[in-house]
Design a protein around this ligand. Structure first.
Ligand code: BGC
Length: 743
């Protein structure tokens, strides 16, 4: 009987998401007051020494930092984010583990989105490498640096599929494709969390922003999302699932509402799907004061009601608002929040702290020596350069303009030739003085730096007096123009939605004037999103997408321009023909009136005057060679229900340089109970190929790869005919048809 009861208790604990009970944690929960429990569920922004708020404080009154330390001692705070360094972290940890009643360690968090001290390319750029293993390595390096500074919890990765280029936060994720997002989500989680969470170089990963935050109407940040359960399950949830499948133990609930229900109160997603269907055991944290925002959404009358709704829906931890601290104890006493729910959330938080090794070694990550040793190592810089080299995408290269030839006179023109804007958004802990500009990188790389002339031409968003004239003169005197234009760092990232995804007007004017000088132009496009390229930018002889490449920008771009490295990145987002075409993504459905690729046809699905095809499709990117694809063979010719199908194709490097090709496998379900996308990426591989060499690439498809979310919102596979492509982008490739044979 006793065994039976124990079993039941264990089963109950497991069902609440915390796994078998841990005696240390249970003993703590038994001793905690409601205030201490609410404290554990409170994450606040770091109060730093000499905050501006301290300036007006009365003589002798405590500083913001002192007040925060006092709160930690009182057990009113469980976690703090975005502070600075091991010394600061130790100070806070001491207050928690030496001076608070229960001595529960504090959890230090940070937003290290694409690097900590060493800034790597923005996540969208990294996705363009089509090498998840690279993202795993940069995430590992980020974790090493962050963990040495006391951080145990990273508020990353962003795993939001983003299909509307107006939305500014697409820069933080892996673009428009489900598979790419899944693979990068998993890679980044593995990189952050390392071999074991308790290691002194591991940080907890957070899959965010749950869920479908990127589907904001009109691409407007924080906006409402209208979405069917089918699309949610097919497109937006899989990257979260991928992150959790490799062990992420934090999920962030997003700001927006889906069809009127804010994510913060979406019990179905936060509890039924996350805990029930997926058996997730980690914590759910709110986004920044998102509990309080329930009042603005109009679903809670006041802060107290907001807390009740969010907490009962499944949000365990509140970020920055302090509302849990203020209202949970009283909601418990009034009976509106059951004590079992409070204990469950606290149990999850303490379990995470335990897994991070914080109970055994609360100061384990807070070593100033290690912080110094791991700060900007040569290894980290080399990795930043490698990732940057492999993230650039060569959209166009007429007449083999790139790589540049030795001895060419170069005019480096544009607002990004000299200035900053190298790192992109979300870099809170870096030292910008270390970043290498395009000018510095090129000067260091050129055998004769006198061959380089640098002229800004304009500011990113305004003209400079005489700027265009100086730029045109420099272009005339050069053999080739490098035009460094695009977006500033502040045009992408949170709350940076753009209504027109174009190169800003003063830069477009510069491009037109420079093109008229008649010299070949290479556009170096700095951007955190797909842009609709127009006029002289679109018409340039060569276009290299350089995104925001981080610390090693100038060096990495020079490596590619001068041919030390062949570009090997591919677009993780489609580049549309015109700004008004967004949202544009390759995995669209056909419609009943698809527009033909060629001449304009009335009454088909296209905008007036523009092709229905993108300017550059998803997956597109050139190398410094040409690759021929041939002989796609399927074996067997039909896909059996329970056995795999092997696809083999031959690739030949028909050019003169060694390059790396991203071979992509796409699928289309010809006839199904629902209209299926024109193509869906099913696999990809980056392959090195020497000039003149032929290689065979092999992929495997199984029945599971043919799954989609059916009419009843459940996964289904339907027998029938499928088209499959092996090729260099979502618009090209060798095609074959096969049949999935019914069981
Ligand atoms: C963002 C989150 C971030 C948080 C804390 C919010 O505004 O949406 O992604 O983790 O701030 O910095």
């Amino acid at each position: 009987m006793l065994a039976c009861v124990t079993l039941l208790a264990t089963a109950a604990a497991a069902a609440d998401g915390a796994g078998p009970q841990d005696p240390q944690i249970e003993a703590l929960i038994a001793r905690m007051t409601p205030e201490e429990k609410a404290g554990q569920l409170t994450l606040v922004a770091a109060a730093l020494d000499h905050e501006p708020a301290d300036a007006g404080r009365a003589p002798g009154a405590p500083t913001a930092l002192e007040r925060q330390l006092a709160e930690i001692r009182e057990g009113r705070i469980g976690a703090v984010f975005n502070g600075v360094g091991a010394r600061w972290a130790r100070q806070l940890q001491r207050a928690a583990v030496e001076q608070s009643r229960l001595k529960i360690p504090l959890l230090i968090a940070a937003d290290a989105i694409h690097g900590f001290r060493t800034i790597f390319p923005v996540p969208l750029a990294e996705a363009a490498s089509f090498e998840p293993q690279l993202a795993e390595r940069s995430a590992r390096m980020t974790a090493r640096e962050a963990a040495a500074a006391g951080v145990a919890w990273n508020l990353a990765p962003v795993v939001d599929v983003a299909r509307d280029a107006r939305w500014g936060r697409g820069v933080e994720g892996a673009g428009e494709d489900v598979l790419l997002n899944r693979r990068f989500a998993a890679a980044r989680v593995r990189g952050y969390q390392g071999a074991a969470l308790s290691d002194d170089d591991a940080v907890l990963a957070t899959a965010k922003h749950f869920a479908a935050y990127g589907a904001a109407e009109g691409g407007l940040d924080y906006n409402t999302v209208e979405l069917t359960e089918r699309t949610l399950r097919e497109v937006y949830l899989p990257p979260f699932r991928a992150a959790l499948d490799v062990g992420a133990l934090a999920v962030m609930a997003a700001f927006h509402d889906i069809a009127g229900l804010p994510m913060m109160v979406n019990r179905w997603l936060l509890t039924d799907v996350l805990r029930g269907e997926w058996a997730y055991r980690g914590i759910v944290v709110s986004d920044y004061a998102a509990d309080h925002e329930l009042v603005a959404h109009g679903v809670a009358r006041d802060a107290r009601e907001a807390v009740k709704l969010a907490f009962l829906a499944g949000v365990d931890v509140s970020m920055t608002s302090r509302l849990y601290q203020q209202h949970l104890p009283e909601l418990l006493r009034s009976g509106e929040v059951p004590s079992a729910r409070l204990d469950e959330a606290v149990r999850r938080m303490l379990t995470v702290k335990k897994k991070l090794g914080l109970f055994d070694a609360p100061y384990g990550r807070m070593s100033e020596r290690r912080e110094r040793e791991r700060n900007h190592t040569a290894e980290a810089r080399a990795l930043a350069r490698e990732v940057a080299q492999r993230s650039m995408v060569l959209l166009k290269n007429e007449g083999g303009l790139l790589p540049l030839h030795p001895g060419q006179r170069i005019a480096l023109i544009g607002p990004f030739a000299r200035q900053g804007h190298l790192n992109g958004p979300w870099t809170l802990f870096d030292d910008r003085r270390d970043a290498v500009s395009l000018e510095a990188g090129l000067r260091a790389a050129l055998r004769d730096p006198a061959l380089l002339t640098v002229v800004p031409g304009c500011e990113p968003e305004s003209p400079i007096e005489g700027g265009i004239e100086a730029a045109v003169a420099a272009a005339r005197a050069a053999d080739v123009v490098l035009l460094a234009i695009g977006e500033t760092e502040s045009m992408t990232g949170e709350a940076q939605s753009r209504s027109e995804i174009v190169v800003p007007a003063p830069q477009q004017a510069l491009a037109e004037a420079v093109a008229a000088a008649g010299k070949p132009v290479v556009v170096l496009l700095r951007t955190g999103r797909a842009l609709a390229l127009q006029g002289a930018v679109r018409g340039a002889q060569a276009i290299l997408v350089t995104w925001f490449l981080g610390l090693e920008t100038g060096n990495a771009v020079s490596d590619v321009l001068l041919g030390r490295v062949s570009p090997s990145g591919r677009l993780p987002v489609s580049f549309p023909q015109a700004p008004g075409q967004v949202p544009y993504y390759y995995a669209r459905r056909n419609t009943g009136r698809p527009a033909a690729a060629g001449a304009f046809q009335e009454y088909t699905a296209r905008y007036r005057g523009i092709s229905a095809r993108p300017l550059y499709p998803f997956g597109h990117g050139l190398t410094y060679s040409t690759i021929r694809y041939d002989s796609l063979e399927l074996s067997p010719a039909r896909l059996p229900w329970d056995e795999p199908l092997r696809l083999r194709a031959r690739l030949t490097n028909t050019g003169t340089r060694e390059v790396e090709e991203v071979v992509q496998l796409y699928l289309r379900d010809r006839v199904a109970s629902l209209a299926r996308p024109l193509r869906e990426l099913k696999d990809f591989r980056k392959l090195a190929l020497a000039p003149g060499r032929t290689a065979e690439v092999e992929f495997t498809l199984r029945r599971e790869d043919l799954t989609f979310i059916g009419l009843d919102n459940r996964p289904v596979v339907e027998p029938g005919e499928f088209e499959v492509w092996v090729g260099p982008s979502a618009q090209e490739g060798l095609m074959q048809v096969f049949e999935l044979v019914a069981q």
